[in-house]
Each structure stands twice: as structure tokens, then as C-alpha cells.
Design a protein around this ligand. Structure first.
Ligand code: HEC
Length: 83
């Protein structure tokens, strides 16, 4: 398993669908494989900002810079969802 996927499962899966398929436990949280999320992950810094400050009900997380980079790379690597 890639390290980014592991971080996603530990830190984000409570609310987001973090795999290629699946439905987010929190309906409003976009699936990581959605185009929106992959686009966001490709924007440097956005994932770091979201994890550091927290977002919506998510508490701030202290992730190491390499964990953030792995996480962003993992999300960006997911194939788009076929609807
Ligand atoms: C406690 C629940 C929760 C957890 C845990 C959580 N999120 Fe979210 N996240 C949400 C919700 C809810 C939304 C959508 C809110 C809305 O648009 O109304 C969201 C939206 C987002 C967005 C898109 C919104 C934007 O401003 O760009 C990104 C990117 C994101 N989350 C990344 C992450 C990452 C990365 C993690 C793990 C480190 C994570 N989230 C963990 C609840 C959560």
C-alpha cells in the first residue's frame, strides 16, 4: 500500500471515500477520486492548508510535510470516477 493511501485511510476515511470507488461516509465530503478532489490535490499547498487548519468538522491535523506530499500525490493519482 502506498504511504499516501495509508495516510488517507487513517486521517480522512472517516468522512471521505478515499478509494477509487465507494461513497463518502459523510455525504457532503467529496470522494477523493472525484475530479474536484484530484484537481485540489494538484494545487500545491491546498491539502497542507486544509489539514493544518482543519475544515468543516475535521479537527486540525499535524501531518509531516512528507505525509502531506504523499497524500496529495495519492489523491492526484486516483483515476476519475466513472458515473
Ligand atoms: C470529520 C470529517 C472529515 C475528515 C476527517 C476529513 N474531511 Fe475533508 N471534508 C469534509 C467535508 C464535510 C467536506 C465538504 C464540505 C462542504 O463542501 O460542504 C470536506 C471537503 C474536503 C476538501 C474539498 C474542499 C476544499 O475546500 O477544497 C478537501 C480537499 C478535503 N476535504 C480534504 C481532506 C483530507 C486530505 C482529509 C484527511 C487528511 C480530510 N479531508 C478529512 C469532512 C472531513
Amino acid at each position: 500500500m502506498s504511504r499516501g493511501r495509508k495516510v488517507a485511510q487513517q486521517a480522512c476515511a472517516a468522512c471521505h471515500a478515499v478509494e477509487v470507488s465507494g461513497v463518502s461516509p459523510r455525504a457532503k465530503a467529496p470522494a477523493f477520486a472525484s475530479l474536484e478532489m484530484r484537481h485540489t490535490a494538484a494545487l500545491g499547498g491546498r491539502i497542507e492548508q486544509l489539514t493544518r487548519t482543519g475544515h468543516y468538522e475535521m479537527p486540525p491535523l499535524e501531518l509531516r510535510p512528507d505525509e502531506v506530499a504523499d497524500l496529495a500525490a495519492y489523491i492526484a493519482s486516483l483515476e476519475p470516477r466513472r458515473r
